[in-house]
Ligand binder design. Structure first.
Ligand SMILES: *Cc1c(COP(=O)(O)O)cnc(C)c1O
Length: 805
């Protein structure tokens, strides 16, 4: 859009008055933020309306991306950038004596996601808008986002994230577009005109109220919509009977119970608990989502028979898989379709992304629970299951009861959501090449055998606008200076940087920018934690959810080993390193929380040990979120991507670090493999067991951690230090970690990979000393990172799965 500085200043000053009732002089930071955000939304509104109008007119396919999480990050700066008016606003504010960055900082980040899965949904939304794909995000407006993490005495403590405490400047509430979602009750079956009729009775109704957030395409005048749904009571705000008796708590009980559906995001990443409230959330999302889509499709005047030609519904993991029976329910019960046609429409409409192969993360719902809360949906799932099992019996697996019960959607009193998603959709994709191969050849082999055409790979991606242009403006500007700005629209042109990888002047600029970003981070650390870190040390960062499979403990063991070596010989020539950790642990995940305490205990010991002459520092930065990630990625020299091979489906943190010039130390897992293939083995540090070896170990049970412990004295020393009082905690503090590695035979193969990890880390130490070589590697990584832009990923989804574009 176009706005000149004077116009902007006038608009802003007027907005302060109309929105906040203040003049500049009296306005505080919050006033200024809300005035600016509200003005920005006004600017967006025109394009939003036009986009929606165009989508209605065009006959293009509409894509609905259903996800329980959207981790979108702060929006003010990125919206200004997408509108193309960031510089004008910055200048205008400066004239008023204001600083855009200071104002933008006060925005509260919507914490509507756990980690990678939620951030993926956000990057995909961004890319759909930028590519002009009619794409809608559909999610839940959790009143409290993911908990806020504080570290107290080295332990994680959780606090509610009150991101809606003031107002959300970006959303528009649309109560008139609310829909009713029904829970519980029973189903009456009657016969009418030779057809069965299903009537749902005695249900409890909950209102799903939409809040729309604009998703602004990058400088293309397109604004898509992220629709977040909030649960409200249908009619009765409170119960007069109890109210009049003075029983206020009781009077509001129903309201509370209803609205609780959209109160909290479950904080378990890659773990499934099977809680009733979570089931209700999932159905709440899909039922309101699918109902609105069908309603708006009907308004277009087209026949529902053609639904799948104009609508795609994509489900982000199995969490929204109830969209399958829900669409069938609407088509049969409300629109009068027969089973066969409803089934065909549904299957052609829905596509599914699988995010993990870890058993503990696979969704299974208890049959009795679904029967009770979703009686009609249960009947439909039963019907799908019966027909599917019959199909198996009549075709490939005649007489093979074992095979059929293994593949069934319902078995052992449980509903397997992945099976439902595979059977009821036309596409299932993994999120990196290795992950998809494991799905096809191992985890979902039986399904691949009968539906090979459904399986495909779509390696994850990240928005290079947020993860480079916005979070690292200095780097972005030097890149544009050397290769022009075309990379912003076509990220693969970042390859043109290769030409300059040996150019000393260019490399010096890259070096200076990294130092600038490291200094910025060091200043934050000093201010917040009163810890001095050396900006000339190697910044070695592991930022991601705390999980055993991500192996923060392997990283810790290497640090302990270095520390032991330094204690033995304080003059040892180790390049100074600052090890930085960030990440939340699920509140009920004991070992993950112990890991956080371990990192902090080690930090306390190392950071205060004058003997090692500041050669090592260990930091845990609390409350990892998008805002913190935007500060961390640009400051990283080393990116830790050290999951147990086969366990990390893709990873996206790996891509963000790479894009900002960090060198990756990695196992050949998930998208690390594809990163390695792009940059070549000279520009990434690979270590550890290969997928084949890991699968072999798991299959044949050939691994014995006690043997490794006994054979490697370095490892034995470190392990013993967990429980012998070496760290400033009680002796049994880390017994859980210790036992999981020895008694429980180290399921994630930490000990097995330790030796090779130490070797790889020594290589990093050597390489960093060669500044010229290191910078060449760094430039090479940036150059190849365009391959991992979510624009590319979304283009593939659109062409190969959705049949849009
Ligand atoms: C990218 C991102 C993740 C995912 O990181 P992985 O290393 O892929 O697990 C998690 N949380 C936040 C805040 C992120 O930005």
């Amino acid at each position: 859009m176009r706005v000149n500085k004077d116009q902007f200043i006038e608009d802003f000053v007027n907005k302060l008055v109309s929105k906040r009732g203040k003049k500049i002089k009296e306005a505080n930071l919050l006033d200024k933020y809300y005035a600016l955000a509200s003005l920005t939304r006004d600017y967006i509104a025109e394009y939003w309306v036009n986009t929606n109008e165009r989508y209605l007119k065009d006959n293009k396919k509409q894509i609905y991306y259903f996800s329980m999480e959207f981790l979108i990050g702060k929006l003010l700066i990125s919206n200004l950038m997408s509108l193309g008016i960031k510089e004008v606003c910055e200048d205008g504010l400066k004239d008023l004596g204001l600083d855009l960055n200071e104002i933008a900082e006060i925005e509260k980040e919507p914490g509507l996601g756990n980690g990678g899965l939620g951030r993926l949904a956000a990057c995909f939304s961004d890319s759909m808008a930028t590519l002009g794909i009619p794409g809608y995000g559909v999610g839940i407006r959790y009143k409290y986002g993911l908990f806020q993490q504080k570290i107290m005495e080295g332990y994680q403590e959780e606090f509610p994230d009150q991101w809606l405490k003031y107002e959300n400047a970006w959303e528009i509430k649309r109560p008139s577009e609310s829909v009713e979602v029904k829970f519980g009750g029973n189903v009456i079956i009657t016969q009418k005109d030779n057809r069965l009729k299903f009537v749902h009775e005695n249900y409890e109704s909950i209102l799903a109220v939409p809040y729309d957030i604009p998703i602004v395409g990058y400088k293309n005048n397109i604004v898509n919509t992220l629709r977040l749904l909030s649960a409200e009571v249908m009619d009765k705000e409170f119960d007069y009977y109890h109210f009049n008796k003075g029983e206020y708590t009781k009077a509001f009980e129903d309201k509370y119970n209803t609205e609780a559906i959209s109160y909290v995001l479950y904080p378990d990443d890659s773990y499934e608990k099977g809680k009733i409230l979570r089931l209700k959330q999932e159905y709440f999302l899909v039922s309101s989502g699918v109902q609105s889509i069908v309603e708006s499709f009907k308004k277009s005047g087209k026949h529902l028979k053609e639904f799948y030609k104009y609508v795609s519904i994509h489900i982000n993991d199995t969490h929204p898989a109830l969209a399958i029976p829900e669409l069938i329910r609407i088509l049969i019960d409300e629109e009068g379709f027969g089973w066969d046609e409803a089934w065909k429409i549904t299957k052609h409409t829905i596509s599914y992304t699988n995010h993990t192969i870890m058993a503990e993360a696979l969704e299974k719902w208890n049959v009795d629970m679904i029967k009770k809360f979703l009686p009609r949906i249960f009947m439909i799932i039963e019907e799908i299951n019966e027909r599917f099992c019959k199909e198996l019996w009549n075709t490939k697996y005649n007489g093979d009861f074992d095979k059929i019960s293994e593949m069934a959607i319902i078995a052992d009193n449980q509903i397997k959501m992945a099976h439902l998603a595979i059977v009821g959709s036309h596409s299932i994709n993994g999120v990196a090449k290795l992950h998809t191969e494991i799905l096809k050849r191992k985890e979902l082999k039986e399904f691949y055998n009968i539906y090979p055409e459904k399986f495909n790979n779509k390696t994850n991606g990240i928005s290079h606008r947020r993860w480079l242009l916005k979070c690292n403006p200095k780097l972005a500007s030097v890149i544009s200076e050397y290769i022009g700005p075309s990379w912003i629209d076509s990220p693969e042109s970042l390859m043109n940087l290769l030409e300059f990888k040996k150019d000393p002047c260019f490399k010096e600029k890259i070096y200076k920018i990294k130092q600038y970003n490291k200094n910025k981070f060091a200043n934050m650390v000093k201010e917040k934690y009163s810890i001095e870190i050396n900006p000339n040390s190697i910044f070695d960062i592991q930022a991601k959810r705390i999980h055993e499979y991500k192996r923060q403990v392997l990283n810790v063991f290497h640090i302990m080993h270095l520390y032991n070596k330094l204690l033995e010989n304080p003059n040892l020539d180790i390049y100074p390193r600052t090890f930085i950790f960030a990440g939340k642990a699920a509140p009920g995940y004991y070992i993950a929380k112990e890991t956080i305490k371990l990192i902090n205990s080690l930090g306390k010991k190392i950071n205060n040990d004058y003997r090692i002459k500041d050669k090592l520092k260990v930091l845990f930065i609390e409350d990892y979120n998008i805002t913190l990630a935007e500060l961390l990625m640009p400051a990283a020299d080393v990116s830790e991507q050290i999951s147990t091979t086969t366990k990390e489906a893709s990873g996206t943190g790996n891509m963000k670090f790479m894009m900002n010039g960090a060198i990756t130390i990695a196992t050949l897992d998930g998208a690390n493999i594809e990163i390695a293939n792009e940059v070549g083995e000279d520009n990434i540090i690979i270590f550890g067991l290969k997928a084949k070896e890991v699968l072999e170990i798991y299959k044949n049970n050939t691994h014995n951690s006690i043997d490794i412990y006994n054979e490697d004295i370095r490892l034995k020393t470190v392990m013993d230090e967990l429980i012998n009082g070496f760290l400033p905690v009680s002796m049994d503090e880390f017994k859980g970690i210790y036992d999981s590695l020895l008694k429980d035979n180290d399921k994630y193969l930490v000990l097995k990979d330790f030796c090779d990890y130490v070797r790889a880390q020594e290589k990093i130490d050597k390489l960093y000393r060669n500044k010229s070589k290191w910078l060449e590697m760094s430039v090479t990584n940036i150059a190849y990172s365009g391959k991992f832009s979510s624009d590319k990923t979304i283009e593939e989804y659109a062409k190969e799965i959705w049949g849009a574009l």
